[in-house]
Design a protein. Structure first.
Length: 621
């Protein structure tokens, strides 16, 4: 262990506003939105604190449309897919991607360009009526995914025509709906340069009145690996290549250089389905936080660009070792999702009773986003001795002030090497707090805490008994008791019991032993004397877990929740006497209950760091 690092955070001195700019995830293909497995995942994703994940970027949404003859479409599947997002408090990062019934074959054919424009207009008109135009103005609309990677086969001229049609289609309803692109995978690729030139000094093929609008510029920069065997991400390279894009715009298209920059596939490696065991462990949680801190420190803080949005592409349905935020247990194979994917709308399994039973477990990658979602909206002043050097030893900090007082601080220990470990002693000193009682909550993800894969690897496969000297082997189909262990381990773990301390001078210090890799969330909140707000809108959905057992997925709204709020889930057989069924403190508003008794009713209670409880929010049935 190296010499103790002393980090001082002044909660009373604001440095700049702070925006949780990383609130997105994505997956492919769109029809998964109709499957029970994805619906359960969305309950967890939509339940993150403070809209920790707000946007879903899903490939092939337009493939859910079926042409019905003439200019008509069957909208029923797309309706259901978007309804699932909205029900779970999520918003589309709407890629205008897909080819309904294979209608579109040539975007240099102006009849097809106009038909695509009309389809975009009809889409906006329909969902503006369905959800309200105020809701649609909070969405992003974007071009088709990675037109430079093979999905686009209609040429550069066809691409700029297609873009003109997207803009014109939106403008026919509301020119304030945000539209951007190109979401390209190769830095400064020809199609990226072509769209920038077209939106800077070109002419729309549909309006002939100058270039089409471009509201933001989207790119895909990942910590590219050289091969499937290359296990080591190169996270700073993401920022380096993003700044190359900024430099290119400044030199060649200064009129566009001030536009918001979006990286909506910002992943530590290529190949979501490639298996690397660190995807299921604390290393992935740390690297997600590391990438966010690098963007904040190197781009946002120095105002190198208007970087407004970062999204990972990790909501696929896969296993522990894949680039996903859930581990899927079940018989179905979901890996055909990109190059080899073909939409077959006749083979969808949308009903719980028709789908094979399954179970999912949250991985540390998702839990890291739960912890980061507790950050506040103002960056505090921070000093350190010796000075922090995140790019050398991986120790970094995101220090924020919470509305109403207190702080939420992410202490990140992560390096671009899966074979490095160690521990760093840290004394964290916080000043500038409001004098009075404060609660100190320490939440941790590391190899010991919040590590369900470690628990799974230690479990015995009870369906395959072995001799006393043979390897135990992790179960491919855990028992109900084993899943209970995994789901307890998936929730953010308290490093120590919550402590209440008197900060009469507005100061508090804590000594931490910070392992590598890890993410430690430090919450220090003042005692306001008020009980937490009562949760609202409790919904209970039915699922079938492995073995066909009944399961209930609960999700609810937090109400006006302050910082350091935890939730308890209770159940009652008679609707009167409720008993707690959640074993770990929950900071997200979602919970899965296995094997409930018939006729059970549920309730949710909010609990603050001082032990005060809200009234119960009781389910309708």
């Amino acid at each position: 262990m190296r010499e103790r690092t002393r980090i001082s955070v002044d909660a009373g001195e604001a440095v700049r506003p702070f925006n949780r700019f990383w609130r997105g995830t994505g997956f492919s293909p769109a029809e998964l939105l109709l499957e029970p497995e994805m619906r359960q995942m969305l309950a967890y994703i939509g339940g993150l604190p403070n809209e920790g994940i707000r946007y879903l970027r899903v490939h092939y949404l337009c493939n859910l449309l079926r042409a019905t003859g003439g200019t008509g479409y069957d909208w029923s599947l797309l309706d259901r897919a978007l309804d699932v997002m909205i029900e779970h408090r999520l918003k589309p990062f709407f890629e205008l991607m897909g080819n309904p019934s294979g209608l579109f074959t040539d975007y240099e054919d102006m009849d097809q360009v106009r038909r695509w424009r009309d389809l975009v207009t009809a889409t906006v008109d329909r969902y503006g009526a369905r959800y309200g135009m105020d809701e649609l103005r909070t969405w992003y609309f974007e071009t088709t995914n990675e037109a430079d990677s093979g999905w686009w086969t209609y040429g550069i001229k066809g691409y700029t025509n297609y873009y003109d049609a997207c803009v014109a289609g939106l403008d026919a309803i509301d020119p304030n709906l945000p539209m951007g692109g190109p979401g390209t995978a190769r830095t400064l690729s020809p199609i990226f340069r072509a769209l920038m030139a077209h939106c800077d000094s070109g002419t729309s093929c549909l309006t002939s009145d100058g270039p089409p609008r471009l509201d933001y510029i989207s790119i895909h920069e990942k910590a590219v690996n050289g091969s499937k065997e290359d296990l080591t991400p190169k996270t700073n390279a993401i920022v380096d290549r993003t700044l190359l894009v900024v430099d290119y715009l400044t030199e060649h298209h200064p009129r566009l250089a001030g536009l918001p920059i979006v990286n909506d596939e910002c992943d530590p490696q290529l190949g979501w389905s490639d298996h690397h065991s660190w995807h299921g462990k604390a290393y992935y949680a740390g690297i997600i936080a590391r990438i966010i801190e690098q963007h904040d420190r190197r781009i946002i803080a120095p105002k190198a660009a208007d970087f407004t949005f970062l999204s990972n592409d990790h909501a696929f349905i896969g296993g522990w070792g894949q680039r996903t935020i859930f581990a899927y247990f079940g018989s179905r194979n979901f890996t055909k999702a990109q190059w080899e994917h073909k939409t077959d709308l006749n083979r969808l399994v949308t009903d719980v009773d028709q789908a094979p039973p399954f179970d999912i477990v949250k991985k540390p990658g998702l839990t890291s986003m739960e912890l980061l979602a507790t950050l506040g909206d103002t960056v505090c002043k921070v000093t350190a001795e010796p000075p922090l050097a995140p790019d050398q030893d991986g120790l970094a900090i995101l220090p924020t002030r919470l509305p109403g007082g207190g702080v939420s601080i992410s202490l990140i220990h992560s390096v671009d090497a899966i074979n490095r470990s160690g521990r760093t002693a840290v004394r964290l000193e916080v000043s500038g707090l409001v004098p009075g009682r404060h609660a100190l909550c320490l939440l941790r993800i590391d190899e010991e805490f919040t590590n369900p894969m470690e628990v799974w690897e230690a479990q015995r496969d009870e369906s395959n008994p072995r001799g006393p000297f043979e390897p135990v082997g992790a179960p491919s189909e855990p028992t109900e008791a084993q899943f209970a262990e995994l789901r307890h381990a998936q929730e953010p773990a308290l490093l120590h019991p919550i402590s209440v301390v008197a900060c009469e001078e507005g100061r508090l210090s804590v000594d931490l032993d910070v392992p590598l890799p890890s993410l430690t969330q430090v919450l220090i909140v003042p005692d306001t004397g008020a009980a937490p707000a009562t949760p609202t809108g409790l919904v209970v959905d039915r699922y079938l877990g492995l073995g066909g057992r009944e399961e209930r997925m609960l999700f609810w709204a937090a109400g006006d929740a302050g910082p350091a709020i935890f939730y308890d889930v209770l159940a009652s057989a008679d609707g009167k006497a409720f008993e707690k069924v959640s074993t770990a403190p929950l900071i997200s508003t979602a919970f899965l209950h296995m094997s409930p008794p018939q006729g059970v009713r549920y309730a949710v209670c909010a609990r603050d760091a001082f032990g005060r409880r809200s009234e119960l929010c009781v389910s309708a049935s």
